[in-house]
Design a protein around this ligand. Sequence first.
Ligand SMILES: Cc1cc2nc3c(=O)[nH]c(=O)nc-3n(C[C@H](O)[C@H](O)[C@H](O)COP(=O)(O)O)c2cc1C
Length: 418
Amino acid sequence: MKKILALVGTNANFSYNRLLLKFMKKHFKQMADIEIYEISKLPAFSVDVPLSEQTEVWKLKQKVKAADGVVFSTPEYDHGIPAALKSAVEWLSYHTTVLKHKPVMVVGVSYGRQASARSQVQMRQILISPDCDANLIPGNEVLIGGATHVFSKDGRLINDEMRDNLEECFTHFIEYIQIFENVDEEEVKMPIKQPRISEAYIKFPTGRLSLKEVQQIFSTIPFEIDLIDSTDHFAWYSDKPNREHVRDVASLGEPVTECHPPKAVPAVMAIINSFRDGKRDVVTRPLWMNGHRSLIQYYALRDVDGHYLGTIEFTGSVEYILGLFEKGAWDKGADASTGASKHEDNAPAEEDDTTADASTGASESSDDTSTDTVAPAPAASEPAGIEETDADTGASESGSVDADDDAADATTGASEEE
Ligand SMILES: Cc1cc2nc3c(=O)[nH]c(=O)nc-3n(C[C@H](O)[C@H](O)[C@H](O)COP(=O)(O)O)c2cc1C
């Protein structure tokens, strides 16, 4: 069932356009799950109001992002759309791409015989502007004039001709979404799952990898990785099955500030900025996620000269590793797979002291304490409210970056149980 977000194009207490959307919600309940959104919840648009203070705007953008399609129901005010609706669309087009390629449909009710035709033309023009770039279904006009006569007292659209037209247009809209999603699957998602130049190799100083191997390495290692690039945009995520943080290609390219609840943004940006400024290299967060113990680590990604390239978020369950530890896998003389002690007291000395390297066959001394643990650079100032573990002591400082007191995900703002 398609999820449709339907915006009431006015902030009036009583509205025939709201009545129309309520009728559509009931009438098409077998075809679509329609959620009606009141634009009266939004403040008037202004470029001077910081987006970081606009929780309601952020919520609306999340709803648009999650919807398969958006319906705008517009009244006609002075041959144009109401100011409140224009303001809502400005929020949806300013420093965001939530409407980009989003299937949208325009409907409208007005008193006049022209039935909101002129405001709908204006609405269509706005929706195809570069900053909206919505995927507007062509034709498909739902023009409902004479508002005071065409609805019953209980809110049903009782004009047969108008209702037939509405049914036809809404059915087209749902079909259009379906077709668009299939195109989207092949045209957009496939290149992400299948690197295009599958024969090419990347030559590293330490060997070469095919693009396919790179892709499959990221799918195979038990940790998932996300990249926020140096311009603070969500650039890439590893295509690992059963990810802890479920990602969507629709979020790729979004500014990191857009991917978070506004209240989480300062803490997330504090991590990123401390990496960019060279004050820190690592932030570690042990968390309970999806019912198991997990570790999130943010790393500053730098080139060989130390220039900031972005932030990577490294996330995975550590249940398996902790389980081994708890079974005593690293206790001296223990068998790593079972935790059971492997050697008798009279076992040959070299077996006690050597471990084979699976890739080269070289052996390392078990007494070698030169591990590669990297301690985070001392923080000049910690972002308020980030749960962080001190790499030296394992002590954890409590807190949360999420507005609702859950720990926020630096890439998308998804929150996990603590
Ligand atoms: C400021 C204003 C301007 C209006 N201009 C038009 C108009 O140009 N064309 C029209 O058909 N109706 C016009 N109307 C009447 C609206 O169609 C009518 O108020 C309608 O109910 C508005 O939709 P709503 O009930 O969803 O708020 C205007 C109403 C207002 C308040």
